[in-house]
Design a protein. Structure first.
Length: 297
């Protein structure tokens, strides 16, 4: 059987030379660079100007975002006022209608991903700290300076596709203007708010990350299998190989045809993933044709 299959495949190879090959531009290597980061920043800033990404307050925040002409993508953040018991009494910290000011997006090799930073406009009563001393309640209000929300998208190669690690990030605000009596409590509270925001952002990002992975896969050859992702300060480089390179030696040749022929007719057995080039659960003529069409790559 294998000898017949190899002979038949050889004919396919000869007849497919010059046909069905990838385009001259490398379809197994994709670069997403600074221009793409700048484009994302421009889209986010459009949402800020149009009011879709406007304010951040304690309570429910709803952001109907539109990115790259896609249908509206809603992100919801719930930030209830937080109460902390301290040595000085019971403290509560509340965010008061903070305003997003500008989005900046950059690639970072140190962060291993795309860094999205939303700066927050200064506001005289941006955060209120309430501290109860026995029966007295005092509002200790201070300005918000250099506040920001930062999220990091880290791409990785996973099961032949590009995927994204859980978002990392931080909500940060300068609390130096807070009165000493409440400063430590406020800082502890902001850390808790930051963790909650990142957790909620992760939940919202799950669906979008799948769409983003699918879009990236569409920029590569149909038979591409992602092998590595590298991030530099200039962008992200996605490296892939053809699934027709069955033995993963960097080229598609007679050895790959022999590998498929050896497993010809097998179904769903352990270890047949590479021979089943089109991943349809059976090693058959279709897999030989795919190898033949990439022969010499």
């Amino acid at each position: 059987m294998s000898a017949w299959v190899c002979a038949w495949a050889s004919i396919v190879v000869l007849s497919s030379i010059g046909c069905g090959r990838p385009s001259p531009a490398d379809p197994y290597r994709l670069r997403i660079g600074i221009d793409d980061a700048d484009l994302l920043a421009a889209e986010l800033n459009d949402n800020i100007r149009e009011g879709s990404l406007a304010r951040l307050s304690s309570g429910d925040n709803d952001y109907p975002l539109t990115l790259f002409g896609s249908p509206t993508y809603r992100v919801r953040l719930s930030m209830p006022p937080r109460t902390i018991v301290s040595l000085l009494g019971i403290a509560q910290v509340q965010l008061n209608d903070l305003r997003f000011q500008e989005a900046r997006v950059r690639w970072s090799s140190a962060e291993r991903g795309l860094v999205v930073r939303l700066t927050i406009a200064d506001k005289a009563d941006g955060i209120t700290g309430s501290l109860r001393f026995l029966q007295n309640m005092r509002d200790l209000t201070f300005a918000v300076e250099a506040a920001s929300l930062t999220l990091v998208l880290e791409p990785v190669a996973s099961d032949g596709r590009i995927a994204f690690m859980p978002l990392r990030g931080e909500f940060a605000a300068n609390t130096d203007d807070a009165l000493p009596a409440v400063r430590d409590v406020v800082r502890e509270n902001i850390r808790a708010v930051s963790a909650s925001m990142v957790e909620q952002a992760n939940a919202a990002f799950q669906g979008y990350s799948s769409s983003l992975s699918t879009w990236i896969a569409g920029q590569l050859a149909a038979d591409a299998e992602v092998t590595a992702v590298a991030v530099t300060s200039d962008g992200m480089i996605v490296s892939a190989r053809s699934r027709a390179d069955v033995n993963a030696d960097g080229r598609v040749d007679i050895a790959d045809l022999v590998s498929v022929a050896r497993d010809f007719g097998e179904r769903g057995a352990e270890g047949l993933q590479h021979s089943d080039v089109n991943r349809d659960g059976v090693v058959d003529i279709a897999d030989l044709v795919l190898v033949a069409m990439r022969f010499g790559l």
